[in-house]
Design a binder for this molecule. Structure first.
Ligand code: HEM
Length: 333
């Protein structure tokens, strides 16, 4: 299995912080070129004849990886997001190189174990059906499987994406990707650029029901006096203990109070002022998103999430004879 190494050093994390801060100011930058033909050519059961066992093979491989390291589930889910929001869902986030998306500061926090899991899944599926299943589809199958493995429900993944040959470091940034200190108006703008609605924003943010975030992505909320008033006082006190200022930016904190389990807890936490990132908590403060925070606190969230992931998975896809079926997830053919 090929593996990729990612800097997790404090220097890299501080660089990320700088990028996050700088990134916000570039929200109004001109839109990156987008591709047309958005969803044409995707269908559920796309590999029914060409590789009938493809989805089972990916699931089994993901299960193995997840059993070895639980960070694989949030890691892969986040990779799916960063793939689709930059050049569409074309696996451009997986390409290795000094100037690819994968080297961007915004992507430094993506889990090495998650890249390894995708690598293993693609190798397994290629063993059964060489050159048939795209890396872009493997990401989407594996994201669905990650949610299932972490306790959520699966969904039918429309497939038939092809892999991009281009990946540019500068595109893995705002305005394509949001920053954690954004509030709803800016978040809506980022999502609208990808054709996604306010409801999609709320439901997809529910991915933060699993995984972690380093202190530096939210400690701006703690360093002011008084602290961010949207934080519940007891939660602010807890976070201050977990992230003692200064210099503890790299410490990881749970994104919700049941961070190993995919469940609706994220929304229950937000409703009580216990959302970790500004972007999470702000969903309660805006009339365009507040109602959906409340309505996802129950089991509806599970099906809503699957639907929103399908919507996201159709962003600017390459189909037909565009792009290629990559032989190795990390390199163009
Ligand atoms: C709405 C705007 C969003 C913002 C501002 C945001 C920001 C962040 C940040 C700062 C982290 C911490 C990661 C790190 O630096 O290590 C994070 C983690 C994560 N994000 Fe988001 N995110 C957003 C939406 C999404 C969406 C749409 C998804 C997937 C559908 C997603 C999935 C995740 C997951 C699963 C993690 C945990 C990763 C891990 O533990 O390895 N996020 N996000």
């Amino acid at each position: 299995m090929a593996s990729a190494k990612y800097p997790t050093s404090r220097a890299a994390l501080w660089s990320l912080l700088i990028a996050l801060v700088l990134g916000v100011s570039s929200l109004t930058a001109p839109a990156a070129a987008t591709r047309t033909g958005a969803t044409a050519g995707l269908s559920c059961g796309f590999y029914r004849h060409s590789c009938p066992d493809a989805e089972n093979i990916v699931y089994n491989s993901m299960q193995q990886s997840y059993n070895q390291n639980k960070v694989v589930a949030p890691g892969v889910l986040r990779i799916a997001f960063h793939d689709c929001f930059v050049r569409g869902c074309d696996a451009s986030v997986l390409l290795l190189g000094p100037d690819t998306e994968r080297s961007a500061l915004f992507n430094k926090g993506l889990q090495a174990a998650a890249f390894d899991a995708l690598d293993a899944a693609k190798i397994a599926v290629d063993k059964a059906c060489p050159g048939v299943v795209s890396a872009a589809d493997v990401i989407q199958f594996a994201a669905r499987d990650s949610v299932k493995l972490a306790g959520g429900l699966g969904w039918d993944v429309p497939a038939g994406r092809r892999d991009g040959r281009v990946s540019r470091i500068e595109e893995a940034s705002t305005p394509n990707l949001p920053t954690p200190n954004m509030t709803v108006p800016d978040l809506l703008e980022v999502f609208a650029r990808k054709g996604l609605s306010a409801n999609d924003l709320v439901v997809l943010s529910g991915a933060h029901t699993i995984g972690h975030a380093p202190c530096l992505t939210f400690d701006n909320r703690l360093q002011t006096s008084p602290v961010d008033p949207t934080l519940a006082p007891s939660f602010a006190a807890q976070l201050k203990k977990q992230c003692p200022a200064p210099n503890n930016g790299a410490t990881q904190v749970d994104l919700d109070s049941t961070a190993m389990t995919f469940d609706p807890q994220y929304y229950k936490d937000i409703a009580r002022g216990r959302g970790l990132l500004t972007s999470d908590q702000s969903l309660l403060a805006d009339g365009r998103t507040k109602r959906a925070v409340y309505s996802n606190r129950g089991t509806e969230f599970y099906t809503n999430f699957g639907k929103a992931m399908v919507t996201m998975s159709k962003i600017e896809v390459l189909t037909g004879s565009a792009g290629e079926i990559r032989r190795h997830i990390a390199y163009v053919n």
